[in-house]
Design a protein around this ligand. Structure first.
Ligand SMILES: Cc1cc2nc3c(=O)[nH]c(=O)nc-3n(C[C@H](O)[C@H](O)[C@H](O)COP(=O)(O)O)c2cc1C
Length: 253
């Protein structure tokens, strides 16, 4: 199973076995994370694995989720740092899925301290679980493709596959705040304005945008299409009543 396959079968798990994971696997996770490229080189991040099994570190998880391990992303504050956090953590979450680990994103990082000028942004609770960490793609609760995409022209099979991968992206409260316009080998990503009215929700949806960008990029790679993330000046200048423009994935053959 690779990251692309994991996109279609992963589900959040909130019940864990409080037992250790082999040190080698923990090292591999950290190694994988450290080799990921940020959306923007200037966005510096750090990672930490909080171990509640062997080290009994102070970390309370949440009322509902008690996991053996927490993977925390810390970031310097900068433009799009939340989106970048979502982008990186989605890759890491999918990597954990390929290794048979149960995962759940957790928005609350309130109890985690700053780390040498880096803010804790988001964490993944992870570990072994008795619950099923996979599900059939058809059982996933997501909007249909035609509810989140506008097709300005007929798209090829590869682009359809990329959009299918994007559609599966997890989001805070499963809100799926994204809308996509597909035109001329470009996938333009928007965020629904009504869901970003509140500051807290705005932050979460910026993270969600990074998560769907990760799925788009993983999808493009799987289809052997070179892709480039960019902002279209044309679209930036336009005003949209219901949606806010986020970014464009340009696909090249
Ligand atoms: C940014 C973000 C924050 C999340 N925070 C929480 C959380 O605090 N607690 C929780 O139980 N689930 C949390 N989730 C998990 C979502 O509720 C879950 O991904 C969504 O309902 C879709 O379900 P699935 O992951 O099983 O496909 C979060 C997800 C994201 C993307």
């Amino acid at each position: 199973m690779n990251l692309y396959d994991a996109i279609f079968v992963r589900q959040s798990v909130r019940s864990f076995q409080l037992e250790p994971i082999e040190q080698r696997l923990l090292n591999n996770i950290m190694n994988f994370a450290n080799h990921l490229e940020s959306l923007d080189d200037s966005l510096e991040v750090k990672y930490e694995i909080i171990d509640k099994v062997t080290e009994q570190e102070k970390h309370n998880g949440s009322l509902w989720i008690k996991a053996p391990y927490y993977f925390v992303l810390y970031s310097k504050i900068g433009e799009n740092y939340l989106m970048n956090a979502g982008y990186l953590l989605e890759h890491i979450c999918l990597y954990m899925t390929t290794k048979g680990l149960a995962t759940c994103f957790m928005q609350n990082v309130g109890s985690i301290k700053k780390h040498e000028g880096y803010e804790p942004v988001l964490q993944i609770a992870f570990g072994k679980s008795n619950k099923n960490i996979y599900r059939e793609a058809k059982k996933v609760k997501r909007l249909k493709l035609n509810e989140i995409c506008i097709f300005k022209e007929e798209v090829c099979k590869e682009v359809q596959e990329i959009l299918n991968a994007a559609r599966m992206a997890p989001s805070s409260l499963n809100s799926q705040p994204w809308r996509l316009i597909v035109y001329d080998n470009r996938i333009h990503l928007f965020c629904r304005k009504e869901v970003i009215a509140f500051k807290k929700m705005k932050a979460l949806h910026e993270i969600d945008m990074g998560i769907i960008l990760a799925n788009l990029c993983i999808g493009a790679e799987e289809m052997w299409l070179l892709s480039e993330l960019m902002k279209s000046e044309n679209i930036l200048e336009r005003h949209f009543r219901k949606n806010e423009y986020v970014a464009t994935l340009k696909l090249m053959r």
